[in-house]
Design a protein around this ligand. Structure first.
Ligand code: UDP
Ligand code: GLC
Length: 388
């Protein structure tokens, strides 16, 4: 199967990391990116053919209105022309992000190649302007042969926004357990985790890890507020960067830490590629999104690392974590409840360890990359078969 994969981002967000695991399964594929960056480098290191199709990121944001869309037409037209030309050599166009859907839809119309949209989002007004939501649903209904949603919550949001139910399929993100918890590798991760703790001066501290890009809806501020209510030996470590222009939020987080006098208890490590040893270093991992998380790779990764995870009770997290069984769920945006759950976890450490163990078993079983790849492959074959 010859596939032209399209992604708007040059950065390494969850949608891009998830896509890379799929693309690697198709040796003849081409990955077309709308922006230069780390994603291209990582894809090439993984022997994926990549073409950067635009040298300036498209300025429209998820929450922008029609006007911003119109003003970006100058950027879109040459990009659509390039993608259309390329797509003649492929069996299928696979759009992995909203802007890739816009470009892919027009290209698919011109080249008569089937279009698949992988929806890594929740199409709610928390995440999208109503204009952009209508555009994405309209384009999917009109041009896509298949919409793969990352969770039931994501699929439901597509249908509720007017998406045609018969287009939709749901496939959870998948992981290779050996990257997280293999017997051989775990010894190495433990050693690295030990070194990381020492290098940060955090021996004998209770570490809460948070692994997300810095963005208001990822809710890092909620964990900082909760930390102020935790015992003084509790430390928060934030792993992740402001990927999509959220530098103002990053400044706000630093100001919040100053205001609460938590400077010696909060570490911002920026974007890291050694997530597994860093997770291994933590005692608990918190996920604090204030709007529904479409899926939440970090939640599954924390479980695979056998860590007790406390996640925000909405969206994909509800499908990943069974509260009190394989992790804990707390109401989104509720710092008091988060602090109470952290206390509970420390006070009931045996229970926390059992939950982490169960979480790991469930995550291994339910979010396996081989199964994810098989499901996607079958869906794509059906699309191609239906066309021919
Ligand atoms: N991640 C990373 N380095 C960082 C922070 C995050 O590699 O410094 C990874 C993390 O391990 C996860 C992904 O980025 O695989 C984030 O995906 P998720 O679905 O949790 O959230 P998204 O950012 O896609 O909304
Ligand atoms: C998106 C979503 C995240 C999801 C990831 C991979 O970036 O925000 O929830 O886990 O894609 O599907």
């Amino acid at each position: 199967m010859n596939i032209l994969f399209l992604d708007q981002s040059g950065k390494l967000g969850g949608a891009e990391l998830a896509l890379l695991d799929v693309v690697k399964d198709y040796p003849n594929a081409l990955l077309g990116l709308f922006e230069e960056g780390r994603f291209r480098e990582l894809a090439e290191q993984n022997h994926v053919s990549v073409k950067v199709l635009s040298h300036q990121a498209i300025a429209v944001r998820k929450e922008s209105g029609w006007l911003a869309g119109l003003s970006s037409l100058g950027q879109l037209i040459p990009l659509v022309a390039k993608v259309t030309r390329l797509s003649h050599d492929y069996d299928l166009i696979y759009a992995n992000t909203p802007k890739a859907l816009v470009v892919g839809a027009i290209a698919s119309l011109m080249s008569r190649r089937p279009l698949v949209f992988h929806l890594h989002d929740i199409l709610s007004l928390d995440h999208f302007s109503s204009a952009n939501r209508r555009l994405l649903v309209g384009l999917s209904n009109q041009f896509a042969s298949l919409v793969i949603a990352v969770s039931q919550a994501s699929l439901k949001s597509f249908i509720e926004a007017g998406g045609r139910a018969e287009l939709g399929a749901m496939v959870y993100g998948g992981f290779q357990p050996e990257d997280y918890c293999d017997d051989r590798s775990s010894q190495t991760f433990q050693t690295k985790a030990h070194q990381l703790r020492a290098s940060l001066g955090l021996q004998n501290r209770f570490i809460i890890g948070h692994f997300s890009r810095l963005s208001p809806w990822k809710g890092q501020h909620i964990l900082i507020d909760a930390l102020a209510q935790c015992l003084p030996d509790t430390i928060a470590v934030f792993v992740g960067d402001a990927l999509f222009g959220e530098q103002a939020y990053e400044q706000e987080l630093h100001a919040q830490v100053d205001r609460l006098g938590l400077n010696d208890r909060v570490h911002f490590l920026g974007f890291r590629s050694d997530v597994v040893p860093l997770m291994t270093m933590c005692d608990v991992i918190a996920h604090t999104s204030t709007a529904a998380e479409p899926f939440g790779r970090v939640i599954v990764e924390a479980m695979l690392c056998e860590k007790p995870v406390i996640a925000a009770q909405e969206g994909g997290a509800l499908e990943i974590v069974e509260s009190g069984v394989s992790g804990w769920l707390v109401p989104p945006g509720d710092a008091d409840q988060l602090a109470k759950t952290i206390h509970h976890c420390r006070d009931h450490w045996e229970e926390a360890l059992a939950i982490a163990k169960r979480g790991q078993e469930q995550a291994k079983r339910r979010f396996d990359l081989t199964a994810t790849r098989q499901q996607i492959h079958q869906l794509l074959e059906q699309v191609i078969r239906a066309r021919s």
